[in-house]
Design a protein around this ligand. Structure first.
Ligand code: URA
Length: 260
């Protein structure tokens, strides 16, 4: 990760952490920090705080016996109002599927159907995702499905950067809890948010990228396939990407007939 993306990750994690502390009743900051502030050592404080947070995060992530369950993360999220999407959502859409899935799909954010039902990918895009999963000879219950943001952006617009920053520490924790062997990022927003790069999806897809030690395959969003047709070039590009995913998982690759 580059310095900027590390800083924005840290900032988002620190914000979420401080909000959690506040929600759990903390109403002050430790005395040694106040002393340092009074001594006008703000840059030092920033560096020390950054170091200790980084250290704590690294320790936590590198300690195999510490494993957060999805239930714990959901509980910690609570009736979330960490970003402006909290005010307009009907239901928070946390994620669904196998908590020990070998494969996780990450979408952009809930649409109207998902907002109404509290479950990801249950509308038309969800039906297309179900077709992809079935074509891989997997079941929806085998995989885990979630989104970059957990609340519906108004008019289904892409999530904004402050919304992604507020939600991404929880997504990271979910992915570290499930610890899949492969993550598939569905569409531009998901791939760009997870990888913290601005590359177009057409340039990112087709190869594995690293996400916190987990292989991540970006591919086109199911809604894009709905628009481009069930036998389009983009449909077969997704199938090529899923073929690589199945191969990495050492699962059989079903033969498909590409004739138009
Ligand atoms: N599109 C997404 O990205 N996620 C959903 O859950 C539904 C539609």
């Amino acid at each position: 990760m580059n310095t900027l993306s590390t800083q924005s990750h840290l900032f988002a994690s620190l914000t979420a952490y401080l909000q959690d502390l506040q929600e759990s009743g903390l109403d002050g900051i430790p005395a040694e920090m106040v002393t340092m502030k009074e001594a006008n050592t703000a840059p030092q404080l920033t560096a020390i705080a950054k170091q200790s947070i980084e250290g704590a995060m690294t320790d936590q992530l590198n300690t195999p016996e510490i494993h957060e369950t999805l239930e714990q993360i959901r509980k910690n999220l609570g009736p979330c109002q960490r970003c402006k999407l909290g005010a307009t959502r009907k239901n928070l859409v946390f994620g669904t599927g196998n908590p020990k899935a070998r494969l996780v799909f990450v979408g952009e954010g809930p649409g109207a159907d998902e907002d109404a039902q509290g479950e990801p990918f249950v509308g038309d895009a969800g039906k297309m995702l179900n077709r992809i999963i079935a074509a891989m000879e997997l079941k929806r219950e085998d995989v885990y499905i979630c989104n970059v943001v957990k609340c519906r952006p108004p008019q289904n617009r892409p999530p904004e950067s402050d919304e992604v920053s507020a939600c991404s520490p929880f997504l990271l924790r979910q992915l570290q809890s499930v610890k899949p062997e492969v993550i598939v990022a569905l569409g531009t927003s998901a791939a760009q948010a997870l990888l913290q790069i601005k590359t177009p999806i057409s340039k990112m897809r087709g190869k594995f990228h690293d996400f916190h030690g987990m292989p991540l395959m970006p591919t086109y969003h199911p809604s894009y396939l709905l628009r481009s047709g069930g036998n389009s070039d983009s449909f077969w590009s997704v199938w090529d990407d899923m073929t690589q995913v199945l191969q990495l998982l050492k699962l059989p690759v079903p033969i498909k007939n590409r004739s138009k």
